[in-house]
Ligand binder design. Structure first.
Ligand SMILES: [Zn+2]
Length: 500
């Protein structure tokens, strides 16, 4: 009955426009969007939700596009092993058709990204990423998708912050968001686009700036900030699905061309939703693929990645009260990965509670046992005074073996544990020079501590250069550091001295 009425209504529209330009039938377009999905665990559920949505759309004669908003191939333990190839395979299997590049696509270097793009069945699109002034190899410019006579335009964009968030080669450029979008939208309008969608890996501020400053853009499907969000101001829309496949952002656009003063013009209305994947029954075939990858990962975790030339002590009492070689290793690896002046690792983040004798063969499993929280590394900019306050805080819980105790890199400090809390730090040197309270320093630490965890509230006032969503996995950085060096020797060398 309902479909009869709809058909009847459409027929009336067709009659009404007989004398004018040829009318199209109305289009119902269902956009299923996913972003910031770099961990494979949810793939089976994501696949089953997308399949069900496509089935439902088909049943009512709607058209579907499945899009991706960037950050696919990194960071995860598995991508540390296969450079993200498994996520390309899973993205294909869940049905992604168009994707924009995220900053994490550049974590593993240009050559890895070229290989991943080349092996993707779906299309990568970008209007602001270049290599040596030309489009990034295999990545395409603005697209027109014809859907039942309607021309749907698609543009890809990536945050220019990628130049310092990830590891793009020197030839990779990121053009200004608004400029690139304006040019691409102009191209699409020239090709007769009826409705223009941007796949944006830039976060909410850039997304909303786009809809305000580029009038031809109708919808921005976003990513990068890991927010599940839908914003609609009556004219423009932005939507993003959170992260790790927890939700699918579903945007339904019902559009029609109606005659106005002898000209056909587009009218449309949107509806939105976030479809949770948590309760879905995983699609069997995709889940089987995930299980296979998980088994492969488990085998890889036991493989030797290097060895230690010095004893590594991760016993709780040691790691929470004094310099330890393992603490040095973690702080060194995160500092090396971010290029920060100094590194700080909270003792409580190191959990193995064991001693590895000199000569021990290190495996990924050992590193993950020691760093089990899945934290990522952040890079902060702070003053010498803030850094001094952080160290004071770090040595304020000695009596109770608090996890805040700071293992460090790029700096040394001495403290007097007999003094009252708040006046224990005696001397701090950064790169051999006394800490200057008024100078500015960059610091690498994990996102838990950087966000104020373990009582490091002073870090909440620091400027964030790399946030938790953009940073690499702390454990992955330690693994890479060991792989790079083969034998590590993070000897206890006087970085931390207790003088009482
Ligand atoms: Zn991102």
């Amino acid at each position: 009955m309902f479909s009869f009425l709809r058909t009847f209504a459409f027929a009336l529209v067709a009659v009404a426009t007989l004398a004018g330009p040829a009318a199209a039938e109305p289009l119902k377009l269902v956009l299923l969007h996913l972003n910031d999905w770099d961990k494979m665990e949810s793939a089976g559920k994501v696949a089953s939700v997308i399949a069900a949505e496509k089935e439902a759309a088909k049943a009512e004669g709607a058209f579907v596009l499945v899009t991706f908003g960037g950050d696919l191939i990194s960071p995860s333990l598995m991508s540390g092993i296969d450079k993200g190839a498994h996520m390309i395979e899973l993205a294909e299997q869940v049905g992604i058709e168009y994707a924009t590049l995220g900053n994490h696509e550049f974590d593993l270097g240009d050559e890895v990204l070229k290989a991943r793009v080349a092996e993707s069945d779906f299309k990568w699109i970008s209007s602001n990423v270049t290599l040596d002034g030309k489009p990034f190899p295999g990545v395409e410019g603005p697209q027109i998708v014809d859907m039942n006579g309607y021309k749907i335009g698609l543009i890809g964009l990536t945050t220019p912050d990628t130049s310092f968030l990830a590891s793009p080669g020197p030839g990779v450029g990121f053009a200004d968001y608004t400029e690139a979008a304006t040019t691409a939208a102009g191209v699409l309008k020239g090709l007769g686009a009826d409705f223009i969608i941007v796949l944006s890996h830039g976060g909410e501020t850039l997304d909303r700036g786009l809809t305000r400053s580029v009038k031809d853009i109708d919808l921005v499907l976003g990513g990068h900030d890991h927010l599940a969000r839908i914003v609609y101001d009556g004219r423009d829309m932005t939507a993003s699905s959170g992260s790790q496949g927890e939700f699918i952002a579903k945007t339904v656009i019902e559009m029609d061309k109606v005659e106005k003063r002898g000209k056909l013009s587009l009218v449309w209305k949107p509806s939105f939703g976030l479809v949770a994947t948590a309760g879905a029954i995983p699609a069997a075939q995709v889940q089987a693929q995930v299980d296979e990858y998980t088994a492969a990962l488990d085998r890889e975790l036991g493989q030797v990645i290097g060895s230690t030339a010095v004893e590594l002590d991760t016993r709780r009492a040691a790691i929470r009260s004094q310099e330890t070689a393992f603490g040095n290793l973690v702080a060194d690896a995160s500092r090396a990965a971010t290029g920060a002046d100094v590194g700080l690792a909270n003792g409580g983040g190191i959990r193995g509670d064991t001693v590895y004798p000199a000569g021990t063969q290190l495996t990924r499993k050992i590193i993950l046992t020691e760093l089990p929280f899945g934290n990522s590394t952040v890079k902060l900019q702070l003053t010498g005074a803030q850094l001094r306050a952080a160290l004071e805080h770090g040595v304020s819980g000695l009596e109770d073996g608090q996890g805040r105790f700071p293992q460090v890199s790029g700096m040394t400090y001495s403290f007097d544990g007999s003094k009252p809390v708040g006046s224990r730090i005696v001397e701090v040197l950064v790169a051999g020079k006394p800490l200057d309270d008024n100078a500015t320093y960059t610091l690498s630490t994990n996102d838990y501590v950087g966000g104020g965890g373990d009582g490091y509230g002073m870090f909440r006032d620091a400027k964030v250069l790399i946030d938790g969503a953009a940073g690499g996995l702390e454990a992955g950085q330690v693994i890479d550091y060991v792989l790079r060096n083969g034998t590590v020797s993070p000897a206890v060398e006087g970085r931390i001295k207790r003088i009482d």
